[in-house]
Design a binder for this molecule. Structure first.
Ligand code: KG4
Ligand code: ZN
Length: 332
């Protein structure tokens, strides 16, 4: 049974097919970075226009490449939010029209729910309950996942997300959007680090995050500093370390508070190798199991949407309306 997954919440067009026998058969992602980078971030109108251009060619490409006939698809899962409203509308309208034509159901999927289960696509079964740390451009959250569809948000950012913080500081350092990969690359080159940044909210015994103060702290340093190659590498290194250590402390707290010993980390920032190494070294032990998504499932993709779509389909959680419902705010 094949489920098509469509992701258009921001600046990636994702099309994927999940199959109950062969698991994730294909996961094609078209990144719009080239379109947005001159503006320093995603431009909603350009994003919508590009999703329109890419959806049909991407679908035709995977059908041809993997020799799949369109009528083999049994349901269409699409991201209904949160995200940019125009971009979500494009994906939702496409999914609904195709579903109508093929006479198959559509399933609306929350983007965060997609990220939550991205660590468990292709065989690794989640043991419920588990804690999910979502670190992306749009969100930073700790979620207690009781089972598919039942979530408690136990911590979240009070202001900027981790990815947003990294991207904004990268912009101040005159690096290209999105800054995450570039910051990671520059952090590796650091030789003698001389910056110590404060780790936000670590002394407060709750699970919330706050990154806007860190951003302002670093911004003030950047304004007073001549940006040499060495300084930029040092700032990149210290930023990365500060963020990883802050996330680690909050995850330790979450494990202690909830007594849940399975942790999954997902979202665009979870692709960061140093973060993965530090988490595995400091958290993973006999008692705590830790899961990360595969590299191509960390940033936005249709694979995670098709996988959660399949889980909902077998539980009969399909849409029973022809209306198009999108939501731009987080609503799990
Ligand atoms: O999940 P995602 O693709 O989009 C949202 O749902 O927001 O996450 C994108 C975020 C961006 O902020 C980007 O800078 C960050 O993931 N990112 C990274 C790395 N690669 C991408 N952050 C740290 N290290 C990386 N290597
Ligand atoms: Zn995302």
């Amino acid at each position: 049974m094949k489920i098509l997954g469509i992701e258009t919440s921001c600046d990636e067009t994702g099309i994927a097919i999940y199959d109950n026998k062969n698991l994730l058969i294909c996961n094609e992602i078209y990144s719009q970075i080239i379109i947005h980078k001159n503006f320093g971030g995603p431009v909603p109108e350009l994003s919508s226009r590009d999703h329109i251009q890419k959806l049909i060619p991407l679908l035709l490409k995977i059908l041809k490449l993997y020799s799949i006939k369109i009528y083999e698809i049994k349901a269409i899962a699409y991201t209904s939010g949160p995200g940019l409203s125009g971009a979500l509308m494009i994906g939702a309208s496409f999914a609904k029209s195709l579903g109508y034509k093929l006479k198959i159901p559509t399933i609306n999927i929350n983007h965060i729910e997609g990220h939550i289960f991205s660590s468990f696509i292709n065989n690794k079964k989640p043991t419920f309950p588990f804690i999910s740390l979502i670190i992306s451009g749009g969100h930073t959250m700790l979620i207690k996942v009781k089972k598919i569809g039942i979530y408690d948000i136990i911590g979240e950012t009070l202001d900027d997300s981790v990815g947003e913080t990294i991207d904004k500081i990268a912009k101040l350092l005159k690096l290209e959007y999105p800054g995450g990969a570039k910051i990671e690359q520059l952090a590796k080159k650091n030789i003698n680090n001389n910056y110590q940044f404060p780790k936000p909210l670590i002394k407060i015994k709750n699970l919330n995050f706050s990154f806007s103060g860190l951003k302002t702290y670093i911004k003030n340093i950047i304004n007073k500093t001549q940006l040499t190659k060495n300084n930029v590498e040092n700032i990149a290194y210290s930023l990365q370390e500060t963020i990883i250590d802050t996330l680690l402390i909050k995850c330790f707290n979450a494990i202690e508070f909830t007594k849940i010993n399975t942790l999954s980390i997902a979202g665009g920032v979870s692709i960061n190798k140093k973060l993965k190494i530090k988490f595995i070294k400091l958290i993973k032990n006999n008692k705590v199991k830790i899961f990360f998504p595969k590299k191509n499932l960390c940033t936005d993709n249709g694979g995670m949407i098709s996988f959660v779509g399949y889980q909902k389909f077998i539980r009969n959680k399909i849409e029973n309306t022809n209306n198009i419902n999108i939501h731009t705010k987080l609503k799990i």
